[in-house]
Design a protein around this ligand. Structure first.
Ligand SMILES: Cc1cc2nc3c(=O)[nH]c(=O)nc-3n(C[C@H](O)[C@H](O)[C@H](O)COP(=O)(O)OP(=O)(O)OC[C@H]3O[C@@H](n4cnc5c(N)ncnc54)[C@H](O)[C@@H]3O)c2cc1C
Length: 497
């Protein structure tokens, strides 16, 4: 039997995608216990270098930690930020302290974090460290049935907000030499991106419920208006600067405000979808690497060299389709685009360019400031049409452009080379004559693909696959595992299933 050392005992609160103080169950629990608390954040090279992440994410995390530290300062506490793989860092802490209990939230993440958590569990077992994990939102670890899931969601979201009694605790620290000196460029803020941190998150919530949210449902599909009228809470929820419960309870507090029922009801659905999607990923995480519907494993995507060039044009915003290009450039600069435009981007790359969703998903993850594996992968697959259970949607980027950006303001902002074009041709610049192109001094690429021909081919192919026996068989399995029984096979709320 291993004998515990005489080093001072601490409890470690391990912050991951839960960078907040309010409604943080592991922290609240640590504060109820008598031992000093060591608050830990680990920048893990395996994740920092992962293809789904980019500097914008680590900046946001760093901003969030700085915000926590400002709030913790009056209590004499500070997040101890280290770099290294999780077990290395825990071992290094064990050279100074005896870890009694490790407290954290469960994480529904990439395969890498799942594997890391398995290793940490083993390490805790062999080092006599008690690891207490708390559920994140309404997601149920390893759940294999949706019976009663909605009731569970409501129970969790209506439960009291956890409050950590930070005063009067003792806080443990590491040596300065053990702490991570974050790279200078992570410390620079980017004015076009949302600022990380619990304080910023709470301001965005207040701002939404006080005024912005009243037009939520009106501008939701428009790329320009939605930047103001949507809640813009996604990075804060993704990195845990605020809990879903808190957002939902604020919504309930405003429920009876005159003139707000419609927008609040639309937002409420989306807050439900959040956990619904993450639950799918929790229950079938293999979908990071394969279509959830195995019947689509051999779907004939392009693989030739030219497909890589086309993928690059999609990524760089040079497809020759103004709305697609404006969305990509806007994402690159700001980290945000609304739901419909995300769906259109996936539709374009998977349907019209016939490029595998697996080649497209990591790029979108890198540019979405709100990258959340549990929403991202199920949504990408749904829009790519490889679930077999959802309506097949092939977006026409020209129609979307005319419908959602009728005056071309969004396009003009993100594709300045098109700014001088009259509105009637801004959605279809390829229709200009050579003389007109010269007149406008136009330097903009021709379309990467003929949209009508490509859409027709994609539609025929997707429908022929949909009829395959294996796809149908898998669809039945997916509905049984991932869909709440009361939703059955109905197509209501098609975004969700
Ligand atoms: C291909 C694709 C990939 C996506 N990847 C992500 C991702 O990585 N991270 C992410 O947070 N969202 C993702 N979404 C969902 C959605 O587009 C964003 O949550 C939303 O646009 C964020 O803006 P908002 O916070 O203003 O949302 P609001 O419309 O104000 O909604 C409030 C919150 O509800 C949740 N939510 C909204 N729509 C959905 C949805 N369709 N499914 C699940 N939850 C939802 C989000 O947490 C969001 O912050 C993806 C959608 C698509 C089509």
């Amino acid at each position: 039997m291993t004998v515990k050392s005489s080093l001072p005992a601490v409890n470690v609160v391990w912050f991951k995608r839960d960078l907040r103080l309010l409604d943080h169950a592991p922290l609240a629990e640590a504060c109820r216990r008598p031992l000093p608390i060591l608050m830990l954040y680990v920048f893990e090279p395996t994740l920092v270098e992962d293809r789904h992440y980019s500097m914008r994410h680590w900046r946001f995390v760093w901003q969030s930690i700085e915000d926590l530290n400002r709030q913790l300062e009056p209590h004499g506490a500070r997040i101890q930020v280290v770099a290294g793989e999780a077990i290395e860092c825990l071992e290094s802490i064990c050279r100074r302290y005896t870890i009694d209990t490790l407290l954290s939230h469960e994480e529904t993440g990439l395969a890498k974090t799942f594997e890391r958590d398995r290793q940490v569990r083993r390490w805790c077992g062999s080092n006599r460290v008690n690891w207490v994990e708390f559920p994140a939102g309404a997601v149920i670890r390893g759940n294999k049935s949706r019976d009663d899931w909605d009731r569970h969601w409501n129970r969790i979201m209506r439960a009291p907000i956890e409050s950590a009694d930070l005063a009067g605790n003792r806080y443990a620290e590491l040596d300065v030499a053990e702490l991570f000196d974050v790279p200078a460029d992570w410390r620079e803020s980017s004015p076009l991106m949302q600022l990380g941190g619990e304080t910023a998150a709470l301001e965005v919530i207040d701002d939404f419920y006080i005024e912005r949210g009243q037009s939520y449902h009106q501008g939701i599909s428009r790329p320009e208006e939605s930047r103001h009228s949507c809640s813009r809470l996604s990075p804060y929820l993704a990195w845990g600067n605020v809990s879903l419960r808190l957002v939902y309870q604020r919504l309930l507090a405003h429920w009876n405000r005159p003139g707000w029922r419609r927008p609040l009801s639309a937002l409420s659905s989306r807050l439900h979808w959040r956990c619904h999607f993450i639950q799918k990923f929790e229950s079938e995480a293999e979908m990071e690497f394969r279509p959830v519907n195995c019947g689509y494993r051999d779907f004939p995507y392009r693989t030739e060299v030219a497909s890589e060039t086309d993928l690059q044009r999609w990524q760089n915003g040079t497809t020759g389709y103004p709305l697609v290009d404006a969305c990509m450039r806007c994402l690159d600069a700001t980290g945000y685009i609304n739901f419909r435009m995300r769906a259109m981007l996936v539709s374009f790359v998977c349907h019209q360019l016939r490029i595998d969703w697996q080649r497209a998903a990591p790029h979108l993850a890198r540019v979405f400031l709100d990258f959340e594996p549990g929403i991202h992968y199920p949504q990408v697959q749904m829009q790519a049409g490889v679930t077999g259970t959802n309506t097949i949607r092939i977006y026409n980027p020209v129609k979307q452009s005319m419908d959602q950006d009728p005056d071309g303001n969004f396009i003009r902002r993100w594709c300045p080379e098109l700014a001088a074009l009259p509105t009637q041709v801004i959605h279809t610049p390829w229709e200009l004559t050579d003389l007109e192109r010269q007149m406008y001094d136009l330097d903009y690429p021709d379309p990467v693909v003929d949209i009508k021909v490509a859409s027709k081919q994609a539609r025929e192919q997707l429908w022929s696959w949909r009829r395959r026996p294996q796809v149908k068989q898998e669809s039945a399995r997916i509905l049984a595992l991932h869909v709440r029984p009361d939703r059955g096979r109905s197509r209501r709320g098609a975004q969700k299933a």
